[in-house]
Design a protein. Structure first.
Length: 302
């Protein structure tokens, strides 16, 4: 839908801006044999991996998929297990597609920029680009090539060779970046085409379904907020003797020390029977205890 496209565009733009700032303030190639590759690949791959994990974590479908699955799978029968597996695979594919927006953008932008790739691959550049003093050993040649990303470390007689190597590596990096973009675009397009071809709904029916799901989620969230507030209000009123926000409160309840201790502290979600849970300590107290105790008139002095 349009919301997904807009969200993905915003994520891509933020990733591009973050990559530029990240490169400007933090990236500095060590220009040393054995360190260039690790440093360049770390700056290329680690942020992409972090963005991928964040993409999974920020997607509500991820938590919808994994939450409460232990008790759910215990009840799955053989007849619908295959259908469940297909649905899970489809949802995972959708989640992964959304999560890949930021890391793919990061990889594409960094490859087109070329700085990380030049740093990582400089010592592995083809030897025929090394034009001066061809009688040096292979280890010495790698040491010299490793300094090429740092222009201040390169002798003046090797400036031309350095420029040729940097141009070659930038060419390779930018080609890889554009190929990555092309593969992603083609894959996304073909995925949408296949999804549309195998969809059991017509074009307008599919739009109606999207609209229905969107409206149902909004209404469900509103009902959840109101229902949980009204339900919690009953427990709070039982504990304090009045409803928050009420006018003309004539009396309030004074909880005892034992009751304060009962609703304080830490607690897990507690299962009370096959169908219901206690959501909090106050919830548990309200369901088990009677609201006896001391009441105080609000127009009386304490």
């Amino acid at each position: 839908g349009k919301e997904v496209v807009i969200a993905n565009a915003i994520i891509a733009i933020l990733t591009i801006g973050g990559q530029q700032l990240f490169s400007f303030f933090t990236f500095s190639c060590p220009c040393h044999v054995g360190q260039n590759l690790i440093y360049g690949l770390a700056f290329l791959g680690v942020p992409a991996l972090i963005l991928l994990i964040v993409g999974y974590a920020l997607n509500n479908q991820t938590w919808r998929l994994v939450t409460g699955k232990r008790s759910h799978f215990e009840k799955v029968t053989t007849s619908n297990q295959l259908l469940k597996c297909k649905l899970i695979c489809f949802v995972l594919y959708s989640i992964t597609g959304r999560a890949l927006v930021a890391p793919v953008t990061w990889l594409a932008v960094t490859l087109i920029n070329g700085s990380y790739y030049v740093c990582a691959m400089s010592e592995y550049a083809p030897t025929y680009y090394y034009g001066a003093n061809p009688n040096v050993t292979a280890s010495e040649r790698r040491m010299i090539l490793a300094t090429f990303p740092c222009s201040q470390l390169v002798p003046s007689e090797l400036t031309r060779a350095r420029d040729e190597v940097i141009l070659l590596l930038r060419y390779q990096s930018q080609v890889a970046g554009w190929l990555l973009i092309a593969v992603v675009v083609i894959t996304v397009f073909l995925s949408y085409c296949l999804a549309s071809c195998f969809s059991p709904l017509s074009f307008l029916h599919f739009r109606y379904w999207n609209s229905y799901v969107h409206n149902e989620e909004e209404l469900f969230d509103e009902a959840t907020e109101q229902h949980s507030r009204l339900y919690a209000m009953q427990h709070v009123r039982k504990f304090f003797g009045f409803v928050p926000g009420s006018e003309n409160v004539k009396e309030i309840r004074i909880p005892s020390l034992r009751e304060w201790q009962a609703v304080s502290g830490l607690a897990f979600l507690k299962r009370v029977d096959e169908e219901h849970y206690d959501y909090s300590l106050l919830h548990d107290w309200a369901l088990k205890e009677h609201a006896h105790g001391k009441y105080l008139k609000t127009d009386e002095d304490p």
